[in-house]
Design a protein around this ligand. Structure first.
Ligand code: ADP
Ligand code: MG
Length: 345
């Protein structure tokens, strides 16, 4: 079932000439965790604010559970947004912060107290309810903000860069907490991030926003394996783009004929292969290559290769590449099922 439906959503800020969000169509399934991914300035926060009702769209509609919420005030939307910096009320205790929305809705004090306590336990803040926000760490403040949002049992939870203000170890902890709370409550969640690996770990589906437009909406696996465009492939670390021509299931390029994976029937003039899909070492379909450079990246080694004038980059296990040096001859296989054809550019 569709929970959220954005149709032709467009937003122009007065000072900008081009729209910040352009004719955005996006559907989010009920109970799913979708990542709204894009580089800084691509319009992610603007989309969130439009959904939450903090901004008004110039064009387009926003539907929640099939009903337009475009003209509803924020407090009637059943949408809760958690901002990048937690924005807790400094003069209230943590428990008062978490219970704030319930009190505003006229929920009885005893119920508010019970639901607040249960939620504090879920975000692992039991015992810290009487503290003020300044007495919490950054990670604890984020968890309090998450509790304050979830306690309202919204139809849609919007999280704007919930991990970007946290250091690496806390980020993993918070990410796991978001994942487990989302699974437990089943709340439809849209989480903004500029970090593709974060999106891949968190999300059922990724909506990639480039320059205010939806570049692709797919599962993480699909977006890696079948990028909709060169820009999408590049955003996910794609570096190998071969010009050529596809016909009859074969791609003709400077590398000679490359048979495309079965079912690959569309036309296209650029072939891409992910660097980590390239196999170094002998094999039945291996070709001759020369190593141009090796760069140790920690968990992987980047090997730049020359295949008879065509340059490709491979990412490989550092142990497998430890003997390689510039000028070495090496066998290279481009697995057929890792080839992917891009239509444009
Ligand atoms: P993101 O969250 O992806 O970083 P934003 O939605 O915050 O992107 O911003 C997208 C673009 O809109 C940026 O170029 C930003 O400068 C511009 N922008 C954001 N808010 C405003 C505003 N209130 N007035 C004018 N321009 C804005
Ligand atoms: Mg933002």
């Amino acid at each position: 079932m569709t929970a959220l439906d954005l149709a032709g959503l467009t937003k122009r800020y007065p000072v900008n000439t081009a729209p910040t969000v352009q004719a955005l169509d996006l559907t989010v399934e009920s109970g799913s965790l979708t990542a709204l991914l894009g580089p800084s300035g691509s319009g992610k926060t603007t989309v969130m604010k439009l959904i939450a009702g903090l901004l008004t769209p110039d064009e387009g509609d926003i539907r929640l559970g099939g009903q337009s919420i475009r003209d509803l005030p924020p407090e009637r939307r059943r949408v809760v947004m958690v901002f990048q910096s937690p924005l807790l009320f400094p003069h209230m205790t943590v428990a008062e912060n978490v219970g704030f929305g319930l009190r505003m809705r006229g929920v009885a004090p005893s119920q508010t107290a019970a639901r607040t306590a249960a939620m504090l336990e879920k975000v692992r803040l039991t015992g810290l309810g009487t503290r003020r926000p300044v007495e919490l760490s950054g990670g604890q403040q984020q968890r309090a903000a998450l509790a304050r949002a979830l306690v309202l049992e919204p139809d849609l939870l919007l999280l704007d860069e919930p991990l970007s203000n946290l250091d690496a170890s806390l980020r993993d902890e918070m990410r796991d907490l978001i994942l487990s709370l989302q699974r437990e409550t089943g709340v439809t969640t849209l989480v903004v991030t500029h970090d593709q690996s974060e999106a891949v770990i968190l999300a059922d589906r990724i909506a990639l926003l480039l320059d205010g437009r939806l570049a692709q909406h797919a599962t993480p696996d699909e977006i890696y394996r079948r990028p909709a465009s060169r820009a999408v492939a590049e955003f996910f670390g794609g570096v190998n783009f071969l010009p050529g021509q596809a016909a009859g299931g074969v791609f003709q390029s400077d590398l000679g004929p490359l048979p495309l994976p079965p079912g690959h029937i569309k036309g296209g003039s650029v072939l891409t292969i992910r660097p980590e899909a390239i196999v170094l070492g002998p094999g039945p379909d291996a070709r001759d290559a020369t190593v141009l450079a090796c760069t140790f990246l920690g968990t992987q080694t980047r090997v730049e290769l020359d295949l008879g004038g065509t340059r490709l980059q491979a990412l490989t296990n550092p142990w497998a590449a430890s003997e390689l040096a510039p000028g070495d001859r090496v066998d290279v296989t481009l697995p057929q099922d890792a080839l992917w054809l891009l239509s444009g550019s």
